[in-house]
Design a protein around this ligand. Sequence first.
Ligand SMILES: Cc1cc2nc3c(=O)[nH]c(=O)nc-3n(C[C@H](O)[C@H](O)[C@H](O)COP(=O)(O)OP(=O)(O)OC[C@H]3O[C@@H](n4cnc5c(N)ncnc54)[C@H](O)[C@@H]3O)c2cc1C
Ligand code: SF4
Length: 380
Amino acid sequence: MESVVRRLLEEYLKVYIAYSRNRKIRFYSTSGGVATALLKYLLEGGHVDVAIVPKPNFRGGLVYGVWTIIRNPNEVSKYSGSLYTTTFGFSRVINHALSRFRRIAVTTLPCHTRAIKRLLQPRGSDRDVFIIGLYCNNAPSMWAARYALRYFNIQVGDVEWVKFREHGWPGYTTIKTKRGVLRIPYPTFWGSGFGQYFYGLGCYLCNGQTNPLTDVSLADPWTLLHEPIKRLGGATLVVVRTRRGLEVFEDAVKAGCIEAIEVHPVYAVQDATLLKLSRRVLGRRFNEFNEYVLPPSFTTIAYEMLYRVGHFLASREGLWSLLRLYHRVARPLVLKVASVLDHRLQTRWAKVYAYIKLLQRARVPREIYSLAHLELNKSS
Ligand SMILES: Cc1cc2nc3c(=O)[nH]c(=O)nc-3n(C[C@H](O)[C@H](O)[C@H](O)COP(=O)(O)OP(=O)(O)OC[C@H]3O[C@@H](n4cnc5c(N)ncnc54)[C@H](O)[C@@H]3O)c2cc1C
Ligand code: SF4
């Protein structure tokens, strides 16, 4: 079992469920505010000179990020929350930071991690850059937010800013318009088609979802029981990858910035992990990450087909009403049929999927209940 999980996750030392002990940080972050807490801890303690994160920008319903450098630990919380969109200027900011500062912390998606590793290769050491990686299923394009705003009948011209994740877990997407503030449950916003069709071919082929080359990789705790995590106000699943990652994480826990309990690594395997590690059949071409480790199945081919057609519709604004219909009617139907076929015919993919689900159900970490209980007592 250990070997199956290791094959799916690659290098790791320990896996935790954790959260920032600062309730405000937790409330305004994506899952448990661990990225924010770690960046703050590293800057405050002088362990790094600067942190590099993407800054959100808004124009005409388009949302995008521009990478920026921060030195002041009090500024870190301003950037909390996931930016589910394209970001610009990564290589420029990293090169600049490497030439000016000795020690850097950076939050990355798996493709950024690869880029940093490539940049650092000629130096022969990556000790100066602490990488806080995020899991990544895909990064929707700038246009995805515009589509979703229309989907929810929001006047695009009225929008002042959008924050994709905040307000507890799994939280809400907050949209500030000239008329007021709107909050849409995050799963509804992501599931509107926003997260399904607007990403490019690079994301379609990418299989680095768990961000293996980092010091720590962070994810939503989708695979754990949701109720106690909601009660906690959110938590982040933390995969510690390196010795240095373990030292920093444990020190942040000792310093009282983070609360953490160790959980079985099988919880770090998500449905998206299995999908992203499955061989593509509709357009294989290059793949810069490691090889796909799972065979295709009816489910994975269905996802590919749905993406291919949906992406075509998403790339033409005039076809967005058709995309809505396609998303609401065709998608659930196709996925249902594919899942039934996989399970009836017992494909290898279905067996691995069932095995992982079984292990996750069999090993429910009861400590989360006591943590949730503790938090509830603290706040009452
Ligand atoms: C595009 C994208 C796809 C994701 N896909 C998955 C997934 O499939 N499964 C899953 O479990 N989790 C996924 N995540 C990770 C998840 O959304 C959270 O980032 C993670 O749970 C950490 O939460 P946190 O509360 O500890 O982070 P927070 O405390 O909220 O801090 C997040 C930090 O990451 C930085 N950041 C935000 N967006 C980006 C970005 N695009 N690139 C680099 N840095 C960024 C912020 O500036 C902030 O410093 C994804 C994140 C992104 C951005
Ligand atoms: S899916 Fe892969 S290529 Fe796309 S943004 Fe995420 S890490 Fe980058």
